[in-house]
Write a protein that binds this ligand. Structure first.
Ligand code: HEC
Ligand code: HEC
Length: 199
């Protein structure tokens, strides 16, 4: 009697799984995040992304995505992008000498620093900062060269700093950053901790 009972429970479960699986047929539509046939691009339209229209000075800074992440641009970038060789309007407000006056976060010290080791090839050997090495990516204490000017490797701000639009992510992100200090939710200290964990 008991055995029969278990058997019927098992049978019912199989039926239920069968019905569930039949429901979960993979189709070209179900594979697609935009819920359209993935093989058909005729109806592909960009999402209606609305970027913030708050002018610089009217926006509120956004919490950093993680400690020392490049901050997101909270204000409108209308008319500011693209950055061109002879036209980078970001500098007008964010260079340290201008930032205070307009209430903008000044460009940090890390952007006025050259972290790249002087690397050259001599007699078939790689010489990094005067020493022969086998691998140019060997982890060594970062030696910085403080520059008088913005490091030109940082000229293209929007390569790392991006504005935000009110679109729903298609895939939920469960990442939750942990900050070693609450203050670092709205500012960075990278230059102080750059050699952390390196002997
Ligand atoms: C007219 C002045 C002005 C210009 C031009 C400007 N900004 Fe800003 N920026 C600000 C101000 C002021 C803030 C502070 C938030 C606010 O009040 O809108 C800010 C905030 C930011 C932040 C957030 C900083 C933080 O601590 O979270 C980033 C990143 C940023 N701007 C990047 C840029 C980039 C990149 C450009 C060029 C595309 C740019 N800004 C152009 C004035 C400006
Ligand atoms: C290669 C990527 C990269 C580029 C290019 C870049 N940044 Fe950053 N930026 C970062 C990162 C990463 C941080 C946070 C860590 C740090 O301070 O270096 C940061 C931090 C900042 C901050 C916050 C400083 C603070 O004290 O909290 C500002 C403001 C900023 N950048 C502005 C700019 C502007 C303006 C430009 C263009 C002239 C620019 N950045 C170019 C990566 C970049």
């Amino acid at each position: 009697m008991i055995k029969k009972g278990i058997l019927s429970v098992v049978a019912v479960s199989f039926l239920a799984i069968g019905a569930y699986a039949a429901d979960k047929v993979i189709t070209p539509e179900s594979l697609s995040l935009r819920k359209a046939n993935i093989a058909d691009e005729s109806k592909v339209a960009p999402v209606d992304a609305k970027y913030t229209d708050k002018a610089p000075g009217q926006a509120k800074t956004i919490e950093r995505s993680y400690e020392n992440a490049p901050p997101l641009i909270p204000h409108s970038v209308e008319g500011l992008l693209p950055i061109k060789r002879g036209n980078n309007q970001c500098l007008g407000c964010h260079m340290p000498e201008a930032a205070k006056g307009v209430g903008a976060t000044p460009i940090p010290e890390s952007h006025f620093t050259d972290f790249r080791p002087k690397t050259e090839l001599k007699d078939g050997k790689i010489i990094k900062d005067g020493k022969a090495v086998t691998n140019t990516t060997d982890v060594t204490i970062a030696k910085f060269k403080k520059l008088k000017k913005l490091n030109q490797a940082r000229f293209n701000c929007s390569q790392c700093h991006v504005p935000q639009a009110n679109v729903k992510p298609l895939v939920k992100n469960n990442f939750k950053p942990e900050f070693s200090d609450e203050k670092l939710k709205h500012k960075s200290d990278l230059i102080k901790v750059i050699n952390q964990g390196v002997k």
